[in-house]
Design a protein around this ligand. Structure first.
Ligand SMILES: NC(=O)c1ccc[n+]([C@@H]2O[C@H](COP(=O)([O-])OP(=O)(O)OC[C@H]3O[C@@H](n4cnc5c(N)ncnc54)[C@H](OP(=O)(O)O)[C@@H]3O)[C@@H](O)[C@H]2O)c1
Length: 316
């Protein structure tokens, strides 16, 4: 039996649906039934039920957005660092393999090809980077799983949320057998306030940058395939291969959904942070070579976005 934690959340719900479709034997557990974030409750539960695998889609993301994590620091630290650490140790003691939903937001920027090799560029709004993205995208590449997070408490500045997600990876890595699945800006065809495409459609102003993204369905399929195919444990960037600019996403939205409104970008970072945001935002490109080499397929990011928009299910 697979145990799914966080099934009531945006990502957990997609795991639940995928497990149902696959006919896997699974059960969910919510904090409303048992406060699994407390080791003294979690450990006896796992000892009694002995799941064959655990999917941890629980965590604290902040509502309505990541800015809330700057004030709810205790919840953020508990949900994203202390609870994963407790789960890792309980699983190691009981020899239960598990997967943890982490985030690509522990990185900022990308790798840029220069005469002296690849160098990290944190500011992808620089005109030189944007020009390369258009004319020579192969000269930009993402962060791979061997690289140390550069948007974290150890490499500030970062948002409090990102800091706790990076620490979360640190405290579970090499404790027992687990996957660290890095999700990045989820989207799909179902209109939802958590869906990146819905957010872009509704934001008064949009932040223009480059990013890797994860189609929600592709992400959970890839994560479950990893376990069912017994891919080696470890950290994986689970994003749709490639990267996309906000401008490209808007162009696809205009072409496919044909919304009646106009879209406006924040003039620059200064205007965005002055009027729109509290926490620093990470924009980054992720490298998916390891994922693909493990035999896990995800559609290229442009194809996944186009498909989501072509099959768009507007909300009420
Ligand atoms: N959504 C994104 O944009 C995004 C991007 C990258 C990574 N992630 C990661 O993906 C995971 C799931 O995110 P999500 O967007 O699905 O979040 P969500 O919709 O807020 O759901 C998270 C679930 O976690 C459980 N939970 C456990 N401890 C919690 C706490 N202290 N505070 C709040 N909820 C808690 C809750 O389930 P019960 O109370 O029912 O147990 C809740 O339904 C998180 O680890 C997040 O960091 C999300």
């Amino acid at each position: 039996m697979i145990l799914l934690l966080g099934a009531s959340g945006y990502i957990g719900h997609a795991f639940k649906e995928a497990l149902q479709v696959r006919g896997e034997e699974f059960r969910t557990l919510s904090r409303s039934q048992l406060d699994y974030t407390r080791f003294e409750a979690l450990y006896p539960f796992l000892k009694d039920h002995r799941p064959s695998f655990i999917v941890n889609a629980a965590g604290y993301t902040g509502k309505p957005n990541v800015d809330a994590c700057e004030t709810a620091k205790a919840d953020t630290l508990l949900g994203n660092t202390l609870f994963p650490q407790a789960l890792a140790h309980a699983c190691a003691m009981l020899d239960i393999p598990w997967g943890h939903v982490s985030s690509g937001c522990i990185f900022v920027g990308c790798q840029v090809a220069t005469e002296n090799g690849w160098v990290t560029e944190k500011d992808m709004t620089r005109p030189e980077v944007r020009a390369l993205a258009k004319t020579s995208p192969a000269k930009l590449r993402g962060f791979d799983e061997t690289m140390t997070p550069n948007f974290s408490f150890r490499d500030p500045p970062c948002s409090f949320y990102s800091g706790t997600k990076a620490l979360g990876e640190e405290v579970i890595r090499d404790v027992g057998n687990n996957y660290i699945w890095r999700l990045r800006i989820p989207f799909d065809e179902i209109d939802n306030q958590r869906n990146y495409l819905s957010k872009i459609l509704r934001y008064a102003k949009t932040y223009d940058n480059l990013n890797s993204l994860s189609h929600r369905g592709d992400f959970v399929t890839a994560c479950l395939d990893m376990w069912l195919d017994r891919v080696p444990f470890g950290t994986y960037n689970v994003t749709n291969p490639g990267f996309v600019s906000t401008g490209e996403v808007l162009a696809m939205i205009k072409a496919i959904l044909k919304p009646s409104r106009d879209f406006v970008f924040w003039k620059d970072d200064a205007e965005f942070y002055r009027q729109g945001a509290v926490a620093l935002r990470s924009n980054c490109i992720m490298d998916t070579t390891k994922l693909l080499a493990a035999g896990i397929r995800m559609r290229p990011v442009h194809a996944a976005i186009e498909s989501a928009l072509s099959n768009w299910q507007p909300g009420a």
